[in-house]
Design a protein around this ligand. Structure first.
Ligand SMILES: Cc1cc2nc3c(=O)[nH]c(=O)nc-3n(C[C@H](O)[C@H](O)[C@H](O)COP(=O)(O)OP(=O)(O)OC[C@H]3O[C@@H](n4cnc5c(N)ncnc54)[C@H](O)[C@@H]3O)c2cc1C
Length: 333
C-alpha cells in the first residue's frame, strides 16, 4: 500500500487577501513546523480562476497546492467547501490543518472539525511542536484570562484557526516551485442552502494596522472621545495607524477595526505608542511582537508601563497634544 507523506495543510482563504494575509502567514509557520516533523506544506484552493492565488501560495512557501477550480465554486459556500475539504482530508490524511480565523474560517473550521470528528482550537495565537511531534496550540481560554496550550494527541488532523497577524509571511519568491494537484469537482456535492445574490468589497484602509511600522494605541485613560481623536492626528503626523483597547471600541471612540488584542488584531510595529492603557493580558497578547514601546500612564505601576522601553508618568491627553505640537514644529522647520 502507498505510504502517505506527512503533511501540514493550510486552507487557502484568498478572498481576504487584501484585508489580511493570514493564509501566507500560516504557510510560513507551517514551513517552520514541517521542518521539525519532516512534513510537506500543502495548501487547498477552491474557487474559479484561481491561478493567481495558486502562484501566490507557491511563491510564499507552499510545496503542493490542491486546486479545485470550477465556476460552481466561484463564491464561498460552507456546505460545498466543507464537503470538498472533508473528502480531501479523508483521502490524504494531513497531520495538521490550519485555517485563518477570518469570518469565513471561523464558520468553516468548526463545522469541518465536527465532520472529521477531530478537535479544533479556535483563535490560536501560537503554534509549536512538542517532543512527541504533536502540535501545541496556544489560545486564550477562560474568557481570555489565561493563555492555554492545547494538544490533540489522538484525533487527526490536528486543527486550529489562527488570528491574522500572528505570524510573519515568507517574502515572495518568484523562483519558487511547487506541485499543483488538480482536484476534479465531485458531481455529488450538496446543493448550497444559501444563495448569494451579490457581494461588494469594502474599501480597504490605506495602511493596515497589522503591517504599520508605527502604531499609536489608546485606552480608556484618554478620557473622552474628543481627546481620543487627537491620537489620529498624532498617527497622521507620524505616518502611522491608530489602535485601541476594547473599552475604547465599545465606547465608540474608535472604529471596531482598531481593536488590538486577543479578540482582534495582532500588531508588530517597530514603534508603539501606548496612551492610557493598563496592559491587560487580552490587550498585550496583541502587541507581543511590537519593537520599541513608549507608554504614557498616570499610574507608574500599570503593566503597560513595566512592559515599555520608555514609560512617561503623565496625563495621556496632554502628552499627546504636546507631541503633536512639537512634531509639527519640527516638520515646519
Ligand atoms: C474575553 C475577553 C477578551 C478581551 N479582548 C480584548 C482585546 O482584544 N483587546 C483589549 O484591549 N481588551 C480586551 N479585553 C478587555 C481587557 O480585559 C481590558 O479590560 C482592556 O484591555 C482594558 O483597556 P484599557 O487599558 O483601555 O482600560 P483600563 O484597564 O481601564 O486602563 C486605563 C488606564 O489608563 C490609565 N489612566 C487613567 N487616566 C489617565 C490619564 N489621564 N492619563 C494617563 N493614563 C491614565 C489608568 O492608570 C489605567 O492604567 C478582553 C476582555 C475579555 C474578558
Amino acid at each position: 500500500m502507498e505510504r502517505k507523506k506527512r503533511s501540514i495543510w493550510v486552507f487557502g482563504d484568498y478572498r481576504n487577501y487584501f484585508q489580511n494575509r493570514v493564509t501566507l502567514q500560516l504557510i510560513s509557520r507551517a514551513n517552520d513546523l514541517a521542518k521539525i516533523i519532516g512534513a510537506e506544506v500543502c495548501v487547498t484552493v477552491f474557487g474559479h480562476d484561481t491561478d493567481e492565488w495558486v502562484g501566490e501560495y507557491i511563491a510564499h512557501g507552499a510545496m503542493k497546492v490542491y486546486v479545485c477550480d470550477h465556476p460552481d465554486l466561484k463564491f464561498y459556500s460552507n456546505d460545498v467547501y466543507i464537503t470538498l475539504m472533508e473528502r480531501l482530508v479523508r483521502r490524504y490524511e494531513p497531520e495538521i490543518l490550519l485555517v485563518g480565523a477570518t469570518t469565513f474560517g471561523r464558520e468553516f473550521a468548526p463545522r469541518l472539525a465536527k465532520r472529521l470528528k477531530t478537535g479544533l482550537t479556535a483563535d490560536c495565537i501560537g503554534l509549536d511542536i512538542n517532543e512527541d511531534g504533536i502540535l501545541i496550540q496556544t489560545a486564550p481560554a477562560f474568557g481570555g484570562n489565561l493563555l492555554t496550550k492545547i494538544v490533540t494527541p489522538e484525533r487527526r488532523p490536528q486543527m486550529a484557526t489562527v488570528r491574522p497577524g500572528t505570524f510573519q509571511e515568507i517574502p515572495h519568491n518568484y523562483h519558487a516551485t511547487g506541485e499543483i494537484v488538480p482536484v476534479p469537482l465531485p458531481e455529488d456535492l450538496p446543493k448550497d442552502r444559501i444563495r448569494l445574490i451579490s457581494s461588494e468589497r469594502q474599501p480597504s484602509r490605506e495602511q493596515k494596522l497589522e503591517d504599520a511600522a508605527v502604531v499609536v494605541c489608546g485606552g480608556r485613560g484618554m478620557g473622552s472621545r474628543k481627546k481620543f481623536k487627537n491620537l489620529y492626528e498624532l498617527a497622521r503626523v507620524l505616518g502611522g495607524e491608530v489602535g485601541a483597547t476594547r473599552p475604547v471600541v465599545y465606547s465608540k471612540w474608535a472604529e471596531d477595526e482598531t481593536l488590538v488584542g486577543q479578540a482582534d488584531k495582532h500588531i508588530k510595529p517597530k514603534v508603539l505608542f501606548s496612551f492610557g492603557i493598563s496592559g491587560a493580558i487580552q490587550h498585550t497578547a496583541g502587541i507581543k511582537d511590537a519593537g520599541f514601546i513608549i507608554a504614557v500612564n498616570k499610574n507608574p505601576n500599570a503593566v503597560m508601563m513595566k512592559m515599555a522601553d520608555v514609560a512617561i508618568v503623565a496625563d495621556a491627553g496632554q502628552v499627546c497634544t504636546a507631541l503633536i505640537r512639537e512634531l509639527k514644529k519640527r516638520i515646519r522647520s
